[in-house]
Design a protein around this ligand. Structure first.
Ligand SMILES: [Zn+2]
Length: 396
């Protein structure tokens, strides 16, 4: 059994130890030591990282009562100096102890029990056995921070299962033998094997980042200490960027966004009306220019028109008088729209297939309006002119 030094001193970062066993874990070398300050992943808290005599420790896992240190490279020495990553350990102390306090606060304000805890790489979460309202979440967050700021001592002690039960602590069935209790003085007492600070003040602050319904209860996401500060900083950067983009103070951003959204909707409406007018004008211009034949055969190619505009123009043209419209647009694709007035008997689907064969595309439709799309890098106008020549040639 590895002696777990972090249990008595969660601030211990450097230690000496003897390698007692060597093995492999998922293709990587791994060692067991007689004692370690490395925390192995358990109880929702991830493992520590660091090094053993300069060799990176990439994972630390519980293995048959021992602590297996998975290494980034082989380690030949039998006597090693261990070094735990200080920043990660402090982060875990803050997040894990913040979780204990937040979970207790939910019991205090709403009798909501925590059924699971996950200490994530960015955000941590607890799952509560009942749904909680935003008001309850705010009350629990406030209560947690009051406890943090009252700087209560945090202590750890080992007791028997009977003693723990007598203290009102619910001991999970999987805990065998002595029970390790973590206490935030006068507020919270619970069984836990994790690394905790000496004082609630070290948690700094707890902020709830969000919540959602989960398995009949609620999942509450939260950030403690330096993570809360980092989140505030990145949120402030986004708000500053938005304030600059809207030329508005942060306090007026919601109003500015709503106003801009309304303006965009109004402008879109006006733009649509203008587009319809300009399509009508364009249709008359094209029709007049092609009215030397009956029916008028209109050929036109545009740059950047969406297929919907081509369709609208084609429909407007064939409504002006006997007309065959052969329209194209080069945009993200080469769009083609063919239309003819009622009573004209050209086989538009066949003409479209002919055009698309040259444009390497596909499309379809039946009757008097067909549309397709092909390769925009191929020349479009000659294809349309080819169709026009075919239409203008009297059929035998
Ligand atoms: Zn815990």
């Amino acid at each position: 059994m590895t002696l777990r030094l972090y249990r008595d001193d969660p601030y211990l970062l450097h230690f000496e130890a003897t390698v007692t066993a060597r093995s492999e874990h998922q293709g990587r070398p791994a060692v067991v030591l007689d004692q370690t300050a490395f925390y192995a992943e358990s109880g929702g808290q991830p493992w520590d990282t660091g090094s053993l005599s300069g060799v990176p420790v990439v994972a630390v896992i519980e293995h048959a009562g021992d602590v297996l240190h998975v290494l980034g490279a082989p380690l030949s020495a039998d006597r090693v100096v261990g070094s735990v990553d200080a920043g990660r350990r402090q982060d875990h102390r803050q997040q894990h102890h913040g979780q204990h306090l937040l979970s207790r606060a939910f019991v205090v304000v709403a009798q909501a029990q925590t059924v699971s805890f996950h200490l994530g790489a960015e955000v941590s979460s607890i799952d509560l056995d009942r749904e909680v309202t935003p008001e309850v979440i705010a009350a629990a967050e406030t209560r947690t921070n009051e406890v943090i700021w009252s700087a209560r001592p945090v202590s750890v002690r080992m007791v028997s299962r009977e003693e723990a039960t007598a203290l009102g602590v619910a001991v999970p069935a999987e805990v065998k033998g002595a029970v390790r209790l973590v206490e935030a003085e006068g507020f919270d007492l619970q069984p836990c094997g994790g690394t905790h600070p000496r004082n609630t003040a070290e948690v700094g602050v707890v902020v709830v980042a969000g919540s959602e319904r989960y398995k009949g209860g609620s999942r509450v996401r939260f950030l403690c200490g330096h993570r809360a500060v980092a989140a505030f900083r990145s949120g402030r950067t986004v708000l500053d960027q938005l304030a600059a983009a809207f030329s508005a103070p942060v306090s007026g951003l919601a109003e500015a966004a709503t106003k801009t959204k309304g303006e965009v909707a109004e402008l879109s409406k006006r733009l649509r009306a203008l587009q319809e007018q300009s399509v009508e004008v364009e249709a008359r211009r094209l029709f007049a220019g092609a009215s030397n034949t009956t029916p008028a055969v209109v050929v036109a190619a545009y740059e950047g028109w969406p297929p919907s505009d081509l369709r609208t123009l084609a429909q407007a043209l064939v409504g002006l008088g006997p007309c065959v419209a052969l329209l194209g647009s080069r945009a993200d694709k080469a769009y083609v729209a063919l239309a003819q007035s009622e009573g004209l008997g050209h086989d538009l689907p066949a003409l479209l297939q002919e055009a698309l064969l040259k444009l390497g595309g596909k499309g379809g439709g039946r009757g008097n309006l067909v549309q397709g799309a092909g390769d925009p890098t191929l020349p479009l106008s000659p294809v349309l002119e080819g169709l026009a020549a075919k239409i203008r040639t009297p059929r035998p």
